[in-house]
Design a protein around this ligand. Structure first.
Ligand SMILES: Nc1nc2c(ncn2[C@@H]2O[C@H](COP(=O)(O)OP(=O)(O)OP(=O)(O)O)[C@@H](O)[C@H]2O)c(=O)[nH]1
Ligand SMILES: [Mg+2]
Length: 196
């Protein structure tokens, strides 16, 4: 049976430290990216749920690892956003510690999806994350989201600039919009490829 089964999605739990992680019984995909980039919106769109995951115009809304489950199978993990200047340094370091130890040690983690705003240039923290994942040999996939905010011409131009900046091939990223649903099927099929 495929990894992605359309079925009822549910919230499992919020995790604030590694001792709270659910048993590693199911394959997992984690979603990372800057605060406000649209991680939660992307997961809602993937799960075809309008508001299972809380979306906010206030950056830094998601401060824990939030586990969602598709049917009886796959876990989708919404990671706290980074790059939000107003968060105190101590909390920032806690987040980094929690997220990096989760990513490095989680046996059931299939892939980290790094979400980038298609309108932005390559930002240092995004590049740092992508480079770190590559160095640690963690499978990754990039998503350039908020496609609906740009004209068709600009999208292609921006995507090419980002590909070059991150040093990735076109097959390693998906153009996406949580608003229109563009890229949903492609992202699901790419996620499924990590299961084999
Ligand atoms: N136009 C458009 N807006 C989007 C898209 N994705 C997200 N947004 C908007 O961007 C804002 C932030 O979205 P969230 O999904 O909460 O972002 P997040 O990355 O989860 O944010 P944090 O949890 O704070 O890190 C919201 O106002 C969303 O409605 C998209 O594809 N297109
Ligand atoms: Mg969020």
């Amino acid at each position: 049976m495929g990894l992605w089964q359309d079925g009822e999605a549910r919230f499992v739990k919020s995790v604030f430290n590694t001792s709270q992680l659910p048993e590693p019984e199911h394959p997992e995909i984690a979603f990372a990216g800057r605060s406000n980039v649209g991680k939660s919106s992307l997961i809602n769109r993937l799960l075809n749920r309008r508001d299972l995951v809380k979306v906010s115009s206030v950056p830094g809304k998601t401060q824990s690892l939030n586990f969602f489950q598709l049917g009886q199978g796959l876990y989708l993990v919404d990671l706290p956003g980074y790059g939000f200047a107003k968060v105190p340094r101590r909390i920032k370091n806690d987040w980094k510690g929690l997220i990096s130890s989760y990513i490095l040690n989680r046996q059931t983690l299939l892939c980290v999806v790094v979400i980038i705003d298609i309108r932005h240039e390559v930002k240092s923290q995004d590049l740092e994350l992508v480079t770190w994942l590559k160095n640690e040999h963690i499978p990754l996939l990039l998503v350039y989201t908020k496609q609906d905010k740009l004209t068709a011409n600009k999208r292609l131009h921006h995507a090419a600039v980002l590909d070059a900046g991150f040093g990735i091939a076109r097959e390693e990223r998906v153009l996406f919009s949580a608003k229109t649903g563009e890229g949903r099927e492609e992202l699901i099929s790419k996620i499924e490829q990590f299961a084999v």
